[in-house]
Write a protein that binds this ligand. Structure first.
Ligand SMILES: Nc1ncnc2c1ncn2[C@@H]1O[C@H](COP(=O)(O)OP(=O)(O)OP(=O)(O)O)[C@@H](O)[C@H]1O
Ligand SMILES: [Mg+2]
Ligand SMILES: [Zn+2]
Length: 329
């Protein structure tokens, strides 16, 4: 999926399918009930006749409003009767009502002329899916993060390292389970191969499953995309920057691996600052330490990162090396 229009059409298709499914289920319920409870079948055909009568009244030019009132009353009585019969026969009283996924728009995607929130959410989720498609998101979970991989140079260091990483794991699990739009920002830092990407993807997986719109990629990939769009070299009409600024959760992996161009630095500042002022949570991972970050970015970014982010410092020995030695990768 390369542009917004395609994503919008896909979302509308899904909503249409929901509506058709809701109607088909409703038809089956009617057939079933008409067969099992003939009184209801009778009432339903009476109601259908009432509809025709109304048309005739309108055509005949009789006292329409008086007649309409009478019919509405009849209709109401009939519906009450249907509910009673349903319950007496072991069905819920709303068994014959259409059950839409979204009651607000009756699965049309629009309320009056505006996009309904269900359509907006679906579009955001599809965009996130298409943007995250290239990542290794499926491979990482809290379940396959094992503390036994965390190692130091001595048994004492190993014990200390496992204790620290165990706290970080607990923090991340809790963060993912309790995620909301007012969750904190996180800065994960530490040397290469210590599980920063693994844990940030584990958070992404769970938060996505809970229905939030999560964007995950390396800072460098995002900056390249934004640069291409900004300088008009990308013909699609995706606005990556706007998506990053408004995602429920943005995960910027490997900050610091990009070159220091003025465009990249000002874009990064814009992303960090705008999300902060909108109160939207961001997770950043980097293998620069405090000093390294300070050297690379100007003070405006550094002071924001350290003041407004929960800092998690990863420790241990490169797990890629350990896995390679064990022949696991
Ligand atoms: N505790 C762990 N249990 C199991 N696998 C792990 C653990 N920590 C890391 N890994 C695996 O080790 C590899 C390296 O981890 P990861 O990519 O998360 O490191 P990183 O800290 O992001 O490194 P870099 O700074 O180079 O990006 C990945 O394949 C990851 O799935
Ligand atoms: Mg990484
Ligand atoms: Zn809706």
């Amino acid at each position: 999926m390369s542009d917004n229009k395609e994503i919008l059409n896909k979302a509308i298709d899904i909503i249409n399918q929901r509506r058709n499914r809701a109607k088909a289920v409703n038809n089956l319920h009617f057939e079933e009930v008409n067969k099992k409870i003939p009184e209801i079948g009778e009432i339903n055909s009476q109601l259908a006749k009432t509809g025709l009568e109304i048309l005739n009244v309108i055509k005949g030019g009789e006292n329409v409003s008086q007649k309409m009132l009478e019919m509405r009353e009849k209709n109401f009585q009939a519906q009450q009767m249907v509910k009673r019969l349903l319950v007496q026969n072991g069905y819920p009283e709303d068994y014959l009502q259409i059950k839409y996924t979204c009651e607000k728009c009756a699965d049309t995607g629009f309320v009056e002329h505006d996009r309904c929130s269900c359509l907006k959410n679906l579009t955001a989720q599809l965009s996130a899916k298409s943007m995250n498609a290239g990542s290794q998101i499926q491979l990482c979970s809290f379940e396959n993060f094992q503390l036994s991989y965390c190692q130091g140079r001595t048994p004492e260091e190993t014990a200390e390292c496992r204790e620290i990483m165990s706290k970080i794991l607990q923090y991340c699990k809790r963060y993912a389970a309790d995620f909301s739009l007012s969750s904190h920002n996180i800065l994960m830092f530490g040397k290469t191969g210590l599980g920063k990407t693994h844990l940030s993807l584990s958070i992404a997986n769970e938060v996505l499953r809970n229905g939030f719109n999560v964007l995950y990629d390396s800072a460098l990939n995002y900056l390249r995309k934004i640069e291409k769009e900004h300088f008009g070299r990308d013909s699609g009409n995706v606005d990556t920057l706007e998506m990053l600024l408004s995602a429920d959760l943005l995960i910027l992996d490997d900050l610091g691996s990009e070159y220091d161009t003025p465009f990249y630095i000002s874009t990064m500042y814009n992303i960090i600052n705008t999300r902060m002022s909108r109160g939207l949570p961001t997770i950043i991972s980097t293998n620069l330490n405090h000093e390294g970050i300070q050297k690379k970015y100007d003070d405006r970014i550094v002071s924001r990162l350290f003041a407004a982010y929960d800092c998690l410092e990863f420790v241990g020995t490169d797990i890629r090396l350990i896995k390679r030695k064990n022949g696991e990768i």
